[in-house]
Ligand binder design. Structure first.
Ligand code: MG
Length: 400
């Protein structure tokens, strides 16, 4: 006999901590639907996200290095998968709802513009007089409105809790149906699962950006060991446990230790905070003035040091930033071209009143992959707006 949703929910009830979000206690979906048969609500959400078009496009969007410039470098998709893996790991350790944390993690960057943060800045500038552009808000727009797949509703009709996790620090989405229970008590924090997904994003990008910087030859282990305490600690651990390792294995294992150290720190300190504050329910989590999921003090300081290092030595390195800036300029060129030649976009702008055209265009451009932007630029403007960037020489043997 197949395992029913009811059985899954019963097991979930036995397993989860009292402050976890239970799928039986979801605030539901904006559009009423029959419940899933063999999955919990959050498992259904996760599957809808993976089956979305926006999710597939993440494969061809830049994380840090321009998409397509290195076969081993992270893309927005592999970044997302690493975030989901870390979020699941922390959620499980804290007995939180792993499916919810995973769904939020998988959807958290759906709204990212092509060409990473440089692309986001360009779109925000272009949209300054029309409400701006911000990728978290765009992730919400995608799952609430822009994906068109289901006959009964726009978007993916995800549960309130997943949408809450995507809203980050902005006002929460309105609850479906009746006024929110307990509305007289301000809800200042999202679920712990949302907090976990948020932190997992940070853990993932710190560690894989380091790894990619080394892979591309823009960072060196020797300098990292001298200047970044997080790296030094992990490198020492690897030496103590494994002695001298071959280059690639040492680098991989140091990054792996770095992730593990951060995950351990978050689990330990979050657990301690929950106990100290005697948090015994999700209501208590939501009423807290500050998030409960987080690093200990030392780890937080060391992360800040790493962050500053990455900004100084990687994110604004000409090999990264100049290439992305040149590529992102093509977004601006396309935006203006489409505005002037709306006939090229009959499907997107056809019946759109003039006042709403900039937002419709912004949605269209933000949804593009890096390579599609460059393709459209060549096709419509005859421009080679970014000279085909070469591949970063791989520091490790190909095919490994
Ligand atoms: Mg992210």
């Amino acid at each position: 006999m197949p395992c029913s949703r009811e059985e899954l929910e019963r097991r979930e009830g036995q397993w989860l901590a009292p402050y976890a979000q239970r799928s039986t206690e979801t605030r539901g979906r904006a559009h009423a639907e029959p419940p899933p048969e063999w999955r919990t609500h959050y498992q259904r959400d996760r599957d809808r996200i993976i089956h979305s078009r926006a999710f597939r496009r993440l494969e061809y969007k830049t994380q840090v290095f321009l998409n397509g410039t290195g076969d081993h470098l992270r893309t927005r998709l592999t970044h997302t998968m690493e975030v989901a893996a870390i979020a699941r790991n922390i959620a499980r350790a804290l007995r939180l709802n792993e499916d919810l944390a995973e769904a939020i993690a998988l959807a958290h960057d759906l709204g990212h513009a092509p060409f990473g943060h440089t692309g986001e800045e360009v779109l925000d500038r272009l949209m300054r007089r029309h409400g701006g552009f911000e990728h978290n808000r765009q992730s919400l727009r995608i799952v609430e409105e822009l994906e068109q797949k289901y006959p009964g509703f726009p978007g993916l009709n995800l549960t309130w809790e997943v949408r809450e996790g995507l809203a980050k620090h902005r006002p929460k989405p309105p609850p479906p149906g009746s006024p929110r229970a307990g509305a007289q008590t301000p809800e200042r924090q999202p679920s712990l699962e949302a907090q976990v997904a948020d932190l997992a994003d940070e853990i993932a990008y710190y560690s894989h950006d380091l790894d990619d910087g080394l892979e591309a030859g823009l960072l060196t282990e020797a300098r990292l060991e001298r200047e970044v305490r997080l790296w030094r600690r992990s490198a020492r651990q690897v030496r103590e446990q494994h002695g001298a390792l071959p280059d690639e294995c040492r680098r991989f294992f140091t990054v792996r230790c770095l992730i593990e150290n951060q995950v351990r720190d978050v689990v330990r300190h979050t657990e301690a905070r929950l106990q100290k504050a005697r948090v015994d329910s999700l209501v208590a989590v939501r009423r807290r003035a500050r998030p409960l999921v987080g690093y200990g003090e030392q780890q937080r300081r060391w992360n800040l040091e790493l962050r500053r290092y990455l900004y100084r030595n990687l994110y604004y390195h000409p090999a990264v930033h100049d290439v992305n800036t040149r590529a992102a300029r093509s977004l601006g060129a396309l935006f203006n071209h489409y505005l002037e030649h709306a006939r090229h976009l009959a499907a997107q702008l056809g019946r759109c009143p003039a006042v709403r055209r900039p937002r419709a265009l912004c949605d269209y451009l933000a949804g593009m992959t890096d390579r599609y932007v460059l393709h459209e630029c060549r096709r419509l403007l005859g421009e080679e707006s970014v000279s085909a960037p070469g591949l970063f020489p791989s520091q490790s043997p190909r095919g490994s």
